[in-house]
Design a protein around this ligand. Sequence first.
Ligand SMILES: C[S@@+](CC[C@H](N)C(=O)[O-])C[C@H]1O[C@@H](n2cnc3c(N)ncnc32)[C@H](O)[C@@H]1O
Length: 263
Amino acid sequence: MGTNQNTKSAHNESVAPATALAYLDPKYWDERFSKEEHYEWFKDYSHFRHLILPLLKPDSSVAWNVIVLELGSGNSKLSEELYNDGITHITCIDLSAVAVEKMQRRLRLKGMKEIKVLEADMLDMPFGNECFDVVVEKGTMDVLFVDGGDPWNPQPSTRAKVMAMLEGVHRVLKKDGIFVSVTFGQPHFRRPLFSAPEFTWSFECSTFGDGFHYFLYTLRKGRRLPSDKGEGERFDEPSICLLQDELEGEDYMFRTDVDELNC
Ligand SMILES: C[S@@+](CC[C@H](N)C(=O)[O-])C[C@H]1O[C@@H](n2cnc3c(N)ncnc32)[C@H](O)[C@@H]1O
């Protein structure tokens, strides 16, 4: 993340909320972004570049015009890093007007005028059907789970929000588009939602990170196999018994009660 642990701890104390429920409050994000210039949730691009770049640019020798939507971009540098790797057709959305205004200014100063940044709600996206090749989110879907209760069986209101988000993503993706989700939500919690019957995408899970592993899910629209019911599969994955110290920065705030499970 480019900051050492001490710097990160001091930073977190100044902007981290007292309870994770604040992450659902748009006012919290506006206040935070008015003080904070950059914070990278989970890991920065360098840690998962090897996984995402081949999806966006399958042939590095060919000029590629992939059209990308990033959900909940906050003050992350993901769009800049993608731009520097030749992915220039990017639209970022965020619910926070402050984040949007600050990112627009930052990108303008860096001459990255092609990246559009819009204030919009990912639960009700202002885009037509089938207009993006790739939709990417990092830590944004996780916000929806902070009041979800039991991660094995999220509350109906949480499930409804997650499904509104996923239905929107599925709708705006082109026929063979890809949804990339970067999170530490484990497959046994995410798979039942990603693989709901209304979605035609396939499901693939990769991990990255040292010590604690993060997940990068790849969902390819139109590639779901008839046999894929999305239930009952086992995954090779790291232990879910985590100590708070193992998670960096504020990541522990998003833990979906994993320590309540039989660790
Ligand atoms: C945990 S931060 C992740 C920021 C960034 N993606 C990163 O990796 O550092 C969540 C972001 O999602 C935004 N957000 C929360 N709910 C949203 C919604 N319904 N629609 C769009 N953005 C939302 C917040 O304003 C915040 O910028």
